[in-house]
Design a binder for this molecule. Structure first.
Ligand code: FAD
Ligand code: NAI
Length: 477
């Protein structure tokens, strides 16, 4: 092994949490190392983590391709555009997705260089605490020894398998296999109607699969505002996604010819689902195996997540943990915000993450996006609130787009009018939610949004109108 290399900050994990933390730490003048073990198809480095390689980016690439296909298949005719001989070339669609992923991998490698961050390709693990810091081993093509005063653990998460049903990525697929299906399966099953279930189910449904989603809970998207989840359920069902709620999944038999899933439905009836491929999307588990956390006594919780306080401090001095490997929502932008805040705290600044204003987006059609409290949360907390909503059906731009499903909904404090939550189901909800996040971050009232000039015709006018609706004075509805 070569001599130990010394750094101010060592980041283990190069996903959105880790690489952003490394960049911010480098901007603040630290000598930074970032270690990531992800390999591309040629065995080379592929920084960017789950998000870039098998998460946010490739899923959005496939959602876009499949949406184009769906539009050409079902909606172009409304515009007077006739399409004959429409075909999907799955291999080309996947190759395009891979190119998009590679552009992001390369972009991160470029950013490492630009910010003078030393990148190590391999697995990072704790060796021991040393005088004034920690020794970290990198096991890659070669073995390296590093020592750093501060360590930021950003090792992310992996798909959770059903007990006794390992992912073979041929017939039983995690998010990884779900993004590599080589031909449109005739019948596709999914376990879990959460974010991945809905996004990946939508991709393959649009391309022609008969999709059935089996969900354990009796309610659909329980964390989402009820009015939104009802509207979304209606839209997805109309599109042909078959979603069975309140099921109990039993034995799963996977073979070369397909997968059979025995389950008991909500009425207690024993059933069987036979599919060509099964995607299991029942949540994710933190990645701490291989980190050798026990060598330094780094505390994990019962789920295997690294225990941190509100500032991402772990049980050890100068060891921090961020992103999917700690508590909180498993979202790329949450990981990034924590990464920036931790780098700033290391520099003695007051890094800050506002957990109340982290937006959520589900990139289906209609898109679902929200920030802040849901109506059911406010009711449970006994908070007095006012609600106002505005349907896209009454928005000129939405009509011109031919996409009028859904609405924008505002929840504001009954006395102060402060915005407590904004919930959107409909076109470009992913982009529209940003205005609500800014408003909430600045503690705006619904009246503030209602009085701001919004361009016409734009979908954002529905946001203004929903804010007006809080005071029962919509102009266009
Ligand atoms: P990760 O991105 O998981 O990165 C961790 C990195 O650390 C990985 O490269 C891993 O290989 C590496 N690593 C682990 N252990 C070691 C070790 N010991 N040594 C060296 N390297 C190690 N979130 C969104 O906000 N928007 C979305 O649209 C979205 N879509 C998603 C779609 C799918 C299909 C999936 C699965 C997830 C999606 N997510 C999305 C969630 C998002 O991907 C995660 O929240 C995000 O990647 C977490 O970032 P992270 O940096 O904590 O971890
Ligand atoms: P999820 O937590 O969103 O959904 C899992 C679903 O599976 C839940 O509805 C749960 O009730 C159900 N479930 C759990 N066990 C089950 C069982 N045994 N039988 C039947 N149903 C069961 O998890 P998912 O979809 O795997 O995604 C993981 C995480 O990745 C998300 O929570 C999110 O943090 C992130 N993600 C974010 C995206 C985005 O921001 N657009 C897109 C995709 C993933």
């Amino acid at each position: 092994m070569a001599d130990t290399k010394l750094f101010d900050v060592i980041v283990i994990g190069g996903g959105p949490g880790g690489y952003i933390a490394a960049i911010r730490a480098a901007q603040l003048g630290f000598n930074v190392a970032c270690i990531d073990e992800w390999k591309n198809d040629k065995g080379g480095p592929a920084p960017g983590g789950t998000c870039t390689n098998v998460g946010c980016i490739p899923s959005k690439a496939l959602l876009q391709s499949s949406e184009h296909y769906d539009q050409a298949n079902h909606h172009f005719a409304d515009h007077g555009i006739a399409v004959k001989g429409l075909e999907i070339d799955v291999a080309k669609m996947l190759a395009r997705k891979d190119t998009v992923v590679k552009q992001n991998n390369d972009g991160i490698l470029y950013l490492f260089k630009k910010n003078k961050i030393t990148f190590f390709h391999g697995r990072g693990s704790f060796v021991k605490a040393v005088d004034g810091g920690y020794e970290i081993k990198v096991a890659g093509a070669t073995e390296e020894s590093l020592a750093g005063k501060h360590v930021i653990v950003a090792t992310g998460s992996s798909a959770r398998a059903l007990p006794g049903v390992p992912f073979d990525e041929e017939s039983v697929l995690s998010n990884d296999g779900a993004l590599r299906v080589a031909a449109v399966p005739k019948k596709l099953g999914l376990i879990g109607s959460g974010v991945i279930g809905l996004e990946m189910g939508s991709v393959w449904r649009r391309l022609g699969s008969e999709v059935t989603i089996l969900e354990g809970l009796p309610t659909f998207l329980g964390a989402v505002d009820e009015q939104v989840s009802k509207e979304a359920f209606k839209a997805f069902t109309k599109q042909g996604l078959k979603i069975e709620l309140g099921v109990k999944v039993g034995e799963i038999k996977a073979g070369k010819k397909g997968v059979s899933v025995a389950y008991v439905d909500a009425k207690g009836e024993a059933k069987e689902l036979a599919v060509d491929k099964l995607i299991v999307s029942i949540g994710r588990v933190p990645n701490t195996i291989g980190l050798n956390a026990e060598a330094v006594g780094l505390k994990l919780d019962e789920r295997g997540a690294i225990v941190v306080d509100g500032d991402c401090k772990t049980s050890l001095p100068n060891v921090w943990a961020i992103g999917d490997v700690v508590r909180g929502p498993m979202l790329a932008h949450k990981a990034e915000e924590e990464g920036v805040a931790v780098a700033e705290r290391i520099a003695g600044q007051h890094g800050h993450v506002n957990f109340n204003t982290i937006p959520w987006v589900i990139y289906t059609n209609p898109e679902i996006a929200w920030v802040g409290q849901t109506e059911q949360q406010l009711k449970a907390a006994g908070r007095a609130y006012k609600a106002g909503s505005f349907p896209f059906l009454a928005n000129g731009r939405a009509r011109a787009l031919g996409d009028t499903t859904g609405f924008v909904k505002f929840l504001a404090d009954a006395a102060t009018d402060e915005i407590l939550g904004v919930h959107i189901v409909g076109p470009l909800a992913s982009e529209l939610i940003a205005e609500a996040v800014v408003a909430m971050e600045f503690k705006a009232s619904a009246e503030d949004i209602a009085r701001i000039c919004h361009a016409h015709p734009s979908l954002s006018e529905a946001t203004k109108e929903a804010a007006l609706a809080v005071d029962k004075r919509t102009l266009n509805f």
